[in-house]
Design a protein around this ligand. Structure first.
Ligand SMILES: Nc1ncnc2c1ncn2[C@@H]1O[C@H](COP(=O)(O)OP(=O)(O)OP(=O)(O)O)[C@@H](O)[C@H]1O
Length: 261
């Protein structure tokens, strides 16, 4: 297992971070074949906060994320996804997936700057090095993905997300493939490095949800509805051994097992 050091904070200007928008999702309806996944679904993502989304497999979590990202179009004229500053969301969203999606033929540094390469821009080497250092991978830019552990690969993926410096970050079970201690450390890192951005995180891990959520919602049923679940007190990331976090995790698991999610 690789331990994550506690590196210095990122150098993104605070003014840039403070412009993270709130997002209002309104009146979403989506049908696949004969199934109605969403019917007039609303969700608000608070500016600069972690909203955590749980729910049973197949309920529609990834589809909801894809709609927010503009990768899926809701049915009918009523549905909308809008930023509260009135500006388009396109170009302001980063995506982190369950798989690290690193290109195996590029080293860690080139993977961090992949977006620049795809846009035909010259990567900013100093920023790339800074992002790698900020996730505890100082001096590892030349290492190929095959030589990195799963936890380190996800840290490179996090550095790539940070390099993009988007104000909205959509995360689809980004840590689910990691062992528990590594997952705990990268949760801490993500909470610290993504602070101030508007984050929507999908997870099946009740402890992860209770550690990271400023707001916790469960997607359940068909058509799916959203059910609020209370979050433990205190700022994120909360300690995994905190009594209130453990109690909230237990209560959340009981609710999920009872079939609300
Ligand atoms: N493009 C599509 N065409 C048809 N059906 C789809 C499409 N995309 C998703 N679905 C269906 O919509 C439902 C919701 O899928 P989705 O991947 O959003 O679920 P999920 O809650 O993210 O599940 P998991 O937790 O397993 O990742 C599933 O029944 C899936 O088969």
């Amino acid at each position: 297992m690789s331990q994550i050091a506690t590196p210095g904070r990122l150098t993104d200007p605070p003014t840039a971070l403070s412009t993270a928008p709130a997002i209002a999702i309104r009146g979403l309806t989506l049908r696949f074949g004969g199934e109605t996944l969403f019917e007039n679904l609303d969700l608000d993502l608070e500016a600069g906060r972690f909203t955590v989304l749980l729910g049973a497999s197949g309920v529609g979590k990834t589809t909801l994320l894809r709609i927010v990202a503009g990768l899926e179009t809701p049915d009918g004229p009523g549905g909308s996804v809008r930023a509260d500053d009135g500006r388009p969301l396109a170009g302001r969203i980063a995506w982190m997936a369950q798989q690290d999606l690193l290109c195996p033929w590029l080293d860690a540094a080139a993977n961090v700057a992949l977006g620049d390469r795809l846009r035909g821009r010259r990567p900013d080497r100093d920023r790339v090095a800074g992002m790698l250092a900020s996730v505890g991978l100082d001096g590892r830019g030349g290492v190929m993905p095959a030589a990195l552990s799963g936890g380190m690969r996800q840290r490179v993926a996090l550095a790539r997300t940070l390099y993009e410096n988007r104000k909205v970050v959509l995360m689809d079970e980004p840590f689910s493939a990691l062992d528990s201690p590594t997952r705990l450390r990268i949760q801490d890192l993500a909470a610290d490095r993504l602070a101030g951005r508007t984050v929507l995180l999908i997870t099946h891990d009740a402890l992860e949800a209770c550690r990271l959520a400023d707001r916790l919602v469960v997607l359940a049923g068909r058509p799916a509805r959203l059910i609020e679940h209370p979050v433990p007190p205190g700022p994120v990331p909360r300690r995994s051994d905190d009594a209130e976090v453990l109690a909230a995790q237990g209560a959340l698991l009981e609710r999920l097992a009872a079939g609300i999610g």
